[in-house]
Ligand binder design. Structure first.
Ligand code: NDP
Length: 287
């Protein structure tokens, strides 16, 4: 068997077109503000990709670029200004931040109704109790991928590898809400290979190049690779050894061209949901 390769670029393009159409039909022009601190080239590229996607969806977008020596107080005052600006629906502060700024202080300063990254404790808490509002973009994109590929989730044994607050934990919460039986694994998990082999759905979000070997993959499993790693030779690879896993898996997402584009598509969905909610609608479904 050879796995179905999940084309994140094509799916993300469909989601983005759908968001554009929904916003147009609702007569709403959502507005996204992205704040970036410092010159990190990868962060700058991510921000450019996000704002370009927002513009292509017909959204209003603005980037606020601050110098690397910006103080926490100065960044918090920018966030408060955006909170108070009725013309802004979504606020995203690109991570990581320079060392003088505590990311949690910034995340907690964002108005939860405009928190399109879904990192504010109120949104994280709502997801944890099964009443989600704005959900972190990467795990939301993974759920969209699974759904669109027709992967059975309810009742399935799912393993999430990685327990970060931006990917692993919300991923486990979303799969739980979708009725999977979820294991959350991390660096202290004993015998990771055996845990992986039990999984019908395997989500890898570790940040270790090709940690998951082909023989860790159960035949027919859905393998979603969130990891983005650069090898010594400068090649971009995921957390899964793709070539080894391909003949065993039922579905597999590539790196690049898998989860990455879905993350941006989810950001647009969240921004539209925030815009509609702020105009009196309900915030859209979690995943
Ligand atoms: P973090 O570094 O915050 O978390 C990594 C997690 O993996 C931790 O829970 C850690 O365990 C666990 N881990 C690390 N090493 C091992 C190991 N050898 N065995 C088992 N578990 C291990 O990473 P993120 O969640 O932020 O990101 C994960 C990956 O996803 C990165 O490659 C990142 O670049 C990528 N990413 C991709 C996105 C996209 O849009 N495609 C978006 C966000 C992230 P412990 O908790 O015990 O330390």
């Amino acid at each position: 068997m050879t796995a179905v390769v999940l084309d994140g670029r094509a799916l993300a393009a469909r989601v983005r077109a759908r968001v554009r159409e929904e916003a147009r039909a609702a007569g709403v022009v959502p507005s996204l503000a992205v704040v970036i601190v410092g010159e990190d080239p990868a962060s700058r590229l991510y921000v450019r990709n996000k704002t370009r996607a927002a513009a292509e969806a017909g959204f209003r977008e603005q980037t606020i670029a601050l110098s690397a020596d910006t103080s926490e107080a100065a960044l918090l005052s920018v966030v408060r200004r955006l909170n108070d600006d009725p013309g802004v629906d979504g606020i995203l502060v690109q991570l990581p931040l320079p060392p003088q700024i505590r990311p949690q202080a910034v995340i907690e300063a964002i108005d939860p109704a405009k928190d399109v990254d879904g990192f504010h404790p109120l949104n994280a808490g709502r997801l944890a109790i099964g009443k989600p509002a704005l959900v972190p973009c990467t795990p939301k994109g993974v759920m969209t991928m699974l759904r669109e590929a027709g992967v059975p989730v309810a009742g399935a044994r799912a393993l999430v590898l990685g327990r970060s607050t931006i990917v692993g934990r919300p991923m486990a919460a979303l799969l739980t809400l979708a009725d999977a039986t979820v294991t959350l694994a991390h660096s202290r998990t004993r015998d990771l290979a055996t845990e992986c082999r039990r999984a019908e759905i395997l989500i890898a979000a570790v940040g270790r190049a090709e940690l998951v070997r082909g023989d860790w993959v159960a035949p027919g499993a859905a393998v979603i690779d969130v990891g983005i790693n650069r090898t010594g030779e400068g090649r971009l690879v995921g957390d899964v050894a793709f070539a080894e896993a391909l003949p065993r898996a039922g579905w597999i997402s590539p790196v690049p061209g898998g989860v990455g584009p879905m993350t941006i598509a989810s950001l647009l969905e969240n921004t539209l949901a925030a815009a509609l909610a702020r105009r009196g609608g309900a915030v859209g479904s979690a995943a």
